[in-house]
Design a protein around this ligand. Structure first.
Ligand SMILES: [Zn+2]
Length: 618
């Protein structure tokens, strides 16, 4: 039997945090009032840890009495569960042990038993427990959990491994309630009896993701780890990591060393608003090593999160072309084009070497679709990526914003169009994606692409990530392809969250907290007439949604935190609950009590306008 070390508990984390002398010193210098945000809370409203839980459980009923924990508390987990989900069960039992220690004056000794009749805590699962290693985003049934708290017994049902992580997320918040919130509301109590109650809970969206762009600005292992922690507290199950683009290549591929030496660094960065076209000249870059990635994948797995890697193709490839210009149509950057307007005639044009992009936007130079070397290169990269992300059912291959300018005049690309019997460059893009899909499928994985992969015909088993609104996702679902919704409005967290003039510069747009909270990816909530009648047939193909954090205008991690929190938390409840159960004002009351919890995980910054239910117009 494999032994998994449990993740450090909340208490341990606090301890680790407090023992850092610098932080401890800082704490002493902060006025004590900051720690009293819980004083004066109504004890009737905040009588249980559920009063601060985000996302709120779907069904909750309270009954008379409290759980009476014996001095020796026996817990039992179904043997099938133990075999399939040993690590999750270990984590859960540690969480329960810690949580219960606040609910009774007794010192409890937690003992595992193989006899369910003897146990005060019984953890059950379905008869046919799903194999957790079958490379898929867990189904709704696998994410379902229930918790029955009676006077003498606690009964837990877990639909799958994912459900264990969801319950553990609750426990993290409940322990926080007992350690940090309850002592202010009930200053005379030394423990907080656990009320008899029943919780039945499952998410509305099967896929609940966050995305992070580490290309436009590079964020290290520790930052990404911090995001995983924040996601885990709020029951997210996917982190989509944007690893390559025009402005940098951020994943180590040892057999292609120029990706590390050349493609990972740029000679400056665009600064300020896009229209100003101002740049600095500082060398900027970095990349995640294979060990960084192994660490993050393992950590994510221990938190019930899948990391989906994204390798952009055929566009957004300038960094790779700067390292390997032979993979482009022309071999370099055209700096002066002669009147004959024949960009392939090198003699007539002035060509300079490609450089990793310093500015934002979309670039004409893309991978050559007529060159076999391009596919050889990408297959080498994808082979490494697939090995490094063993838990991800999907490899995101980008597919967005690929100008066809070079392909139109490239002899190799044109020859490919001819030999493959394609109509135009859009079908050439489709050929490109289908060919890559075939390779990815041969390694047992599936592809996700941005909604542009619909153009020229969808690859047979591709999942579409809909970012230019929702029509792409809905059209994919209509074609019986899975879709994930990430419409710029309201799920791009690089947009403004308030119209207040003090907000830091952002890419544009306006995605306030309430819009994020009220978002649902399903057609029932849409005002799109042509899809109204297709609700039942389309919905099963919509896996869920994710919030995207593009970082052109977020140069520091501090800034990423500012733009992400609390929109991340709003999205977590928005994707967990059905529209009928959502209550934005109630969410605000709960989430504003979480800031101390965040600080334990290194989140020190959040949107200025957090406490406003309406953003300021000016
Ligand atoms: Zn070409």
């Amino acid at each position: 039997m494999v032994h998994f070390a449990p993740i450090s508990t909340h208490k341990q984390r606090v301890k680790q945090w407090m023992t850092r002398p610098f932080i401890a010193l800082l704490l002493l210098s902060i006025p004590t009032s900051i720690f009293c945000q819980f004083q004066g809370l109504n004890p009737y409203v905040y009588s249980s840890p559920l009063s601060i839980q985000v996302p709120a459980p779907r069904y909750f009923t309270k009954s008379v009495g409290t759980f009476q924990a014996p001095r020796k508390l026996y817990w039992y987990a179904d043997p099938t569960l133990q075999n399939q989900a040993q690590r999750a069960i270990t984590l859960l039992s540690h969480g329960l042990e810690e949580m219960l220690s606040y609910t009774t004056p007794t010192n409890i000794t937690f003992i595992e038993t193989y006899n369910p009749k003897k146990a005060q805590i019984v953890i059950n699962g379905p008869a046919n427990y799903p194999n957790p290693n079958n490379l898929q985003i867990p189904t709704i049934e696998q994410q379902y959990y229930s918790l029955e708290i009676e006077k003498k017994k606690i009964t837990i049902y877990l639909g799958g491994v994912a459900a264990a992580f969801h319950l553990y997320s609750n426990l993290q918040q409940w322990i926080y309630y007992y350690t940090d919130v309850a002592p202010y509301i009930f200053p005379d109590q030394t423990y907080y009896p656990l009320n008899c109650a029943s919780i039945k809970d499952y998410p509305e969206s099967r896929y609940r993701g966050m995305h992070l762009d580490i290309v436009r600005h590079f964020f290290r292992q520790e930052h990404i780890a911090q995001m995983l922690d924040a996601m885990s507290i709020y029951k997210f199950n996917v982190l989509h990591l944007h690893l390559t683009d025009d402005q940098g290549w951020r994943i180590e591929i040892p057999s292609l060393p120029k990706l590390q030496y050349t493609a990972a660094y740029r000679n400056g960065s665009q600064i300020g608003p896009y229209k100003n076209q101002e740049y600095d000249t500082l060398k900027y870059g970095g990349f995640l090593t294979r060990n960084n990635i192994r660490f993050l994948v393992k950590k994510a797995d221990e938190l019930g999160i899948t990391i989906i890697p994204e390798i952009e193709m055929p566009g957004h490839a300038l960094a790779a072309l700067a390292a390997y210009p032979n993979l482009s149509c022309i071999g370099g950057k055209i700096i002066q084009q002669k009147a004959s307007n024949n960009p392939t005639n090198l003699a007539e044009n002035t060509i300079s070497p490609f450089e990793v992009a310093t500015g934002w936007g979309v670039f004409d130079d893309v991978f050559c679709a007529g060159n076999e070397e391009t596919f050889k290169f990408l297959e080498t990269v994808l082979t490494d990526v697939i090995e490094l992300f063993p838990n991800s059912p999907y490899i995101h291959i980008g597919g967005d914003e690929c100008p066809k300018t070079r392909w139109k005049s490239c002899p190799k690309c044109q020859k490919r169009i001819q030999t493959e019997g394609l109509h135009d460059e859009h079908e050439l893009q489709s050929y490109f994606i289908r060919r890559i899909e075939k390779f990815v499928n041969s390694k047992g994985r599936k592809i996700i692409g941005w909604d542009e992969i619909l153009e020229g015909g969808l690859a047979p088993d591709a999942t579409v990530m809909s970012w230019r609104g929702e029509l792409g996702g809905l059209a994919a679902a209509q074609q019986k392809h899975n879709a994930i919704m990430t419409p710029g409005k309201p799920l791009y967290f690089d947009h403004f969250q308030s119209k207040d003039s003090t907000e830091p510069h952002a890419i544009g747009g306006f995605n306030p907290l309430d819009a994020v909270y009220n978002y649902s990816p399903f057609p029932s909530s849409k005002k799109i007439i042509q899809f109204n009648d297709l609700q039942d047939t389309i919905s099963p193909y919509i896996l869920g949604a994710q919030g995207n954090v593009w970082t052109e205008y977020m140069p520091t991690w501090d800034h990423v935190q500012y733009m992400t929190n609390p929109r991340l938390q709003a999205l977590s409840e928005g994707l967990w609950l059905p529209d009928s159960r959502k209550n934005f004002n109630d969410f605000i009351q709960r989430i504003k009590l979480h800031t101390t919890l965040w600080s334990y995980y290194g989140i020190e910054r959040w949107g200025n306008h957090f406490f406003q239910t309406q953003a300021i117009e000016h």
